[in-house]
Write a protein that binds this ligand. Structure first.
Ligand code: SF4
Length: 293
């Protein structure tokens, strides 16, 4: 079983849309499980027309600080200042904790071990369902104001791995979050191949270099897909030159086409909405397969 992760240094460049189409085509030949690891803003399910997930499990991957009665006796005047997240204020002389701001770091408990407790909180939900295309999707969602997203991604992937094992899947296809933070690291950590999506915009190269550094750290093979390559051919060329000099393979180039937007509006992957794109996506998959052999 191989894991392919699709990521982008920046959001809004078509990562989930591309993940959805690659999943559809892979599922025609192989058993797959799709995974939405963008737990801040999961929307891969929407692209498969899913309105509700099943077997929802509330998960707990983070702590928050809670005060108890003994806090009234706390004389430590540094308690407000120790919190780097400005979660502690005074009500009269008594410290109170703003749960939305608390990151659960535990620094306040070190100052006032008697009056403060760290408790695990339910910070996310993870669910699964079968898509109308016959394969499973697993998705996680962080609750508002909660942290611990990297650990939530681990839980989401573990659920996906269990399903994949049960159905003897050939591939797990991971839709990572954007950026270079803990969610991305948790998403790509045990991947066999990474597909990095870029659009030819002025920030493209610096974003791409940053995210590829993360991938290289884990020594995972990767290739670049330039999405909407024809909206700015000059910048597309810059990405291609960078790739050539760095010996990175461009595994696909997708054009700008209103079908991509229409497919999103219709809650369908573009390869379902407009069959003419199948060939372009199959070429990407053939390139990925070549590096997975
Ligand atoms: S656990 Fe950390 S973040 Fe939360 S209130 Fe205490 S010091 Fe602030």
């Amino acid at each position: 079983m191989k894991t392919i992760t699709i990521l982008s240094g920046k959001g809004g460049v078509g990562k989930s849309s591309i993940t959805a189409s690659l999943s559809i085509l892979l599922a025609k030949k192989y058993k797959i499980v799709a995974v939405d690891c963008d737990v801040d803003a999961p929307n891969l399910g929407l692209l498969f027309g899913i309105k509700k997930f099943k077997n929802i499990e509330k998960v707990s991957t983070n702590y928050k600080a809670f005060t108890n009665k003994k806090i009234n006796k706390c004389k430590n005047i540094d308690l407000v200042n120790i919190c780097a997240f400005h979660a502690i204020s005074l009500k009269g002389k008594v410290p109170v904790i703003n749960k939305l701001l608390c990151e659960g770091c535990g620094a306040c408990k070190l100052l006032c071990p008697e009056g403060i407790e760290l408790k695990k909180v339910k910070n996310a939900e993870v669910g699964e369902t079968k898509t109308r295309y016959g394969f499973y999707i697993v998705s996680g969602q962080l609750k508002i104001g909660e942290s611990g997203s990297g650990n939530v991604v681990e839980v989401v992937k573990e659920r996906a791995r269990k399903i994949a094992k049960k159905i003897n899947a050939d591939f797990i296809v991971v839709d990572s979050s954007a950026g270079i933070g803990c969610q991305v690291i948790a998403s790509i950590r045990d991947s066999d191949y990474v597909v990095a999506i870029r659009e030819p915009t002025p920030s493209a190269l610096s974003d791409l270099k940053r995210v590829l550094k993360v991938v290289e750290h884990f020594k995972i093979p990767y290739g670049i897909v330039i999405n909407k390559f024809d909206i700015n051919k000059r910048f597309a060329k810059k990405i291609e030159n960078f790739a050539r000099k760095s010996e990175i393979t461009i595994i696909g180039k997708l054009p700008y086409d209103k079908s991509f937007v229409e497919a999103l509006v219709n809650l369908e992957p573009v390869v379902v909405y407009n069959k003419k794109f199948e060939k372009l996506f199959l070429d990407i998959l053939n390139n990925v397969n070549y590096y997975l052999k």
